[in-house]
Design a protein. Sequence first.
Length: 364
Amino acid sequence: MDLQDLLNLIGYDNLISDGAYWRTSARYRDGDNKTALRINKRTGEFSDFVEKRSGSIDDLIKLTLKIGNVELKRFHQSNGIDITNIVERDDKPKLVMDKTWDESELTNLQPHFKFYEDRGISKDSLRFFRSGFAHSGSMYQRFVFPIYNEVGKICGWSGRDMTGTKEAKWKHMGRKAAWIYPVFVPLLIKTTTGIKTTYPVLEAIMEKKEVILVESIGDMLALWEHGYKNVIVTFGLALSSRLGAYLMTLGVERVVIAMNNDFEGKINRGLGAAVDIYISLMHYVDVTKLQITLPPKSNDFGEMPDEEFLVWDTLKLNPNHLELYPLVLAELTRRYKSREITESEIQFGKLIKSHYELTEGYQA
């Protein structure tokens, strides 16, 4: 039995090959997104990008079959499974070298901007981000944005499907966990003495002393068109350690977590993700500088009419911590009860409880 046979055995028979990984739906929660669950073909380790859950192949078996360690052992025995012969273990630390691409790759992107223009994004903005439609290559039929690193190299690509037929709406190339986008997108200005390079996003962050975190490039573009250039994209529902460390170096006075507002769903995943990011950021940024301000009436910023941006800006400037602190404390309490919590997060819980009591007393 190999790993694919094992996955088929527990119900994952709709695996989509994606390089070194398989992509499929999260059967254990009746997920319908065919690419939300990623499984390493070599190690069997999985990541659920919706619920931000990850673990080993045994963890996936237990989760899917709803069994514990004793039942897992019986499952192995009854099916003649030896996990050590099915998956490999990563025992040695790896030196990760980020791949970069030459600027000449940008010539493959064509200025077909209608999709985003219809959504209120100007040609000037799309040109600034050096974006365009890919007519060939691995990003074929996607509208693509190059990702720049701090030394001015292209370290990745993010492309949105323009056909509505691909398995994943967004496709990323490069090590997404290392991206700080679009902070390092350069603006080249001709002067009498030559070419001057500036970084409008970084300049806006330093001027406002504020960072707004959003889920996707689409959210960033909508905010950009409404004058908010101090925006960084998380590319999903989790905060990378690289982004957390970078925010720590900026010395900003406010970090606004502005995930999507899935208020119409059974579970508001955007709010849940915002709380998780809030807790993650407490490792890097003083809690008094953190807030959650989701779109008030729309799912995301791309859907927001102009008048809702005014409402959102008012909420951003006057955050309601009395609503926020109980949500953060509840999540920390859940982690404590399920033994997922760290010593640092126990201290965060005490801190949040103290802040809540002080805020409540002040407002009373």
